[in-house]
Write a protein that binds this ligand. Sequence first.
Ligand code: PGA
Length: 252
Amino acid sequence: MIRPFIAGNWKMHKTIGEAVDFASRLRKALAEPLEADVVIAPPFTALYAVAEALRGSEIHICAQNLHEDVSGRGAYTGEVSAPMLADVGCEYVIIGHSERRTLFGEKNGVIVKKIRTALKFGLKAILCIGETLNERDQGKTFTVVERQIKNGLSNFIVDDIKNVVIAYEPVWAIGTGKTATPEQAGEVHAFIRHTMEKYSGKDISRCLAIIYGGSVSPDNIRDLMAQRDINGALVGGASLEIESFIRIVKFT
Ligand code: PGA
């Protein structure tokens, strides 16, 4: 049984004050030991303050991006390195989110480097993959998803994959209110697990957390989680509001 994994991606939202207030209320609302891995991804500016507010709790901190340079430093104005993220208290980092791919031109080559660099500095990677509406309409969902897995993960050893979570996020469902049906998502998740088995073996594919993202809400989380190969959720909009995020975390 794979432990449920619920992550909130705040994107470019919340000041330090708002972020700390959310984190403190979340901590109070969740009785430990938690029944799921609960992760929040504040913007860079609030990471330290949120990590401090959650120190000693079971809630994990995640960054939304990192720079790929494997040395962890250099002349990259405006960028943030993996060791900086680890230093500030992050355990996870989101890599290859579709907004990074489409709005910031991140290609698979850079995404692989980011995974390698994150793992080198002890961060766990949440790798996002998923097809566009056009690709789905053309029947290319499985081809696209397999290519993203192959390009992103096929060269990593099993010990690395243990520190990776895959987030299947159909691009057409992100921020649109259009969720994939549980069956649609479940079918792709099963395919992802099968593909991971092909590249990395049965043992690792059986315990790999594959989470769904794209308009997840308190109303659809339970049906999504009822699918065999859906192990959790990467939540955008509905993670910004404390009540809805708590309802998602406590979906059972
Ligand atoms: P959404 O975003 O829940 O607002 O659709 C999900 C994501 O971008 O990870």
